[in-house]
Design a protein around this ligand. Structure first.
Ligand code: 13P
Length: 233
C-alpha cells in the first residue's frame, strides 16, 4: 500500500537549503517503492524542486479564486501550470493566522480539484477541544464543512496541539480517529497523520493500518531528519 510522505517546509526553507535537499534526495536510488514522497516548498522555491521522477511537488496553499485582482494570492491554475500535483489546503496555521474558515478551505479545495491537482485537506482539533473529549464532534464538523463535493483528495489529520510540540496522540488514538474519519467519508480516501512526526515515531505511526502517510513539518527540513521517515515505510 502506498504511504504518502509529505514535507511541509512552511516558511522555513532557504534557496540554498532547498538546492542541497533536492539534489541529495534526487540522487538516491534506494528509496522504498511504496513511499510516495511529496515536497511542499514556499512558492518561490517550487520551480527548483520540480523535474525529479522520485518525488512530486505540492504547494502549501492556493487562492480561493482562479484569477483576478487578489494581490499576493497564487491561483491553483498557476500552480498547475508550474507543475504542482498537490496543494495543502486548510492547514491550521492558515486557519489560525489568516482566518481561513471551513467555507474558504472548501472553496480552495474545489479550485485545486478543478485544475486537476489533489488537495491535501487538513483538519485537526485544538488543545481545549481535545481535553474536553469533543475532538470527534469538532473534526466531523470541520470535515463536513470543508470537504469538496467530489474527490480525489488526501485528508491530513493534524491535531493542532501536536504541531511543533514534540507531543503526539497515542497510537490508539490516531488509529481510532482515522477510523472515525473513514466512517464519515463516502469514498475511499487516504488519511494521513501530521504533528511531531520524526524518524523515531514514523515507523509505529506508518505501521497503523488506517494511516496512509505522514505530513511532516520540522523534521522535513533536512535530509538527515527526513530520510529516516521515508525509510520507515
Ligand atoms: P511538525 O512536524 O513540525 O509538528 O509540523 C507538522 C505540520 O504542521 C505539518 O503540516
Amino acid at each position: 500500500m502506498t504511504k504518502y510522505i509529505i514535507a511541509n517546509w512552511k516558511m522555513r526553507m532557504t534557496k540554498a537549503g532547498a538546492k542541497t535537499f533536492v539534489q541529495g534526495l534526487a540522487a538516491l536510488r534506494d528509496l522504498p517503492k511504496e513511499a510516495s514522497t511529496i515536497l511542499c516548498p514556499p512558492f518561490p522555491l517550487i520551480e527548483s524542486c520540480l523535474g525529479h521522477p522520485s518525488f512530486d511537488v505540492g504547494a502549501q496553499t492556493s487562492g480561493a479564486f482562479l484569477q483576478g485582482p487578489y494581490t499576493g494570492e497564487v491561483s491553483a491554475s498557476l500552480l498547475k501550470e508550474m507543475g504542482c500535483k498537490y496543494v495543502i489546503v486548510g492547514h491550521s496555521e492558515r486557519r489560525v493566522h489568516y482566518g481561513e474558515t471551513n467555507g474558504v478551505v472548501k472553496q480552495k479545495a474545489q479550485k485545486v480539484l478543478q485544475e486537476g491537482m489533489t488537495p491535501i485537506l487538513c483538519i485537526g482539533e485544538p488543545l481545549e477541544i481535545y481535553k474536553s473529549g469533543q475532538a470527534n464532534t469538532y473534526l466531523q464538523q470541520q470535515l463536513q464543512e470543508s470537504l469538496p463535493e467530489e474527490g480525489p483528495l488526501l485528508i491530513a489529520y493534524e491535531p493542532v496541539w501536536a504541531i511543533g510540540t514534540g507531543e503526539t496522540p497515542s497510537l490508539e488514538t490516531i488509529e481510532k480517529t482515522h477510523y472515525f474519519l473513514t466512517s464519515l467519508l463516502k469514498t475511499q480516501t487516504p488519511i494521513i497523520y501530521g504533528g511531531s512526526v520524526t524518524g523515531d515515531n514514523a515507523k509505529d505511526i506508518l505501521g497503523l493500518p488506517s494511516v496512509s502517510g505522514v505530513l511532516v513539518g520540522g523534521a522535513s527540513l533536512s535530509l538527515e531528519t527526513f530520510l529516516p521517515i521515508i525509510r520507515s515505510v
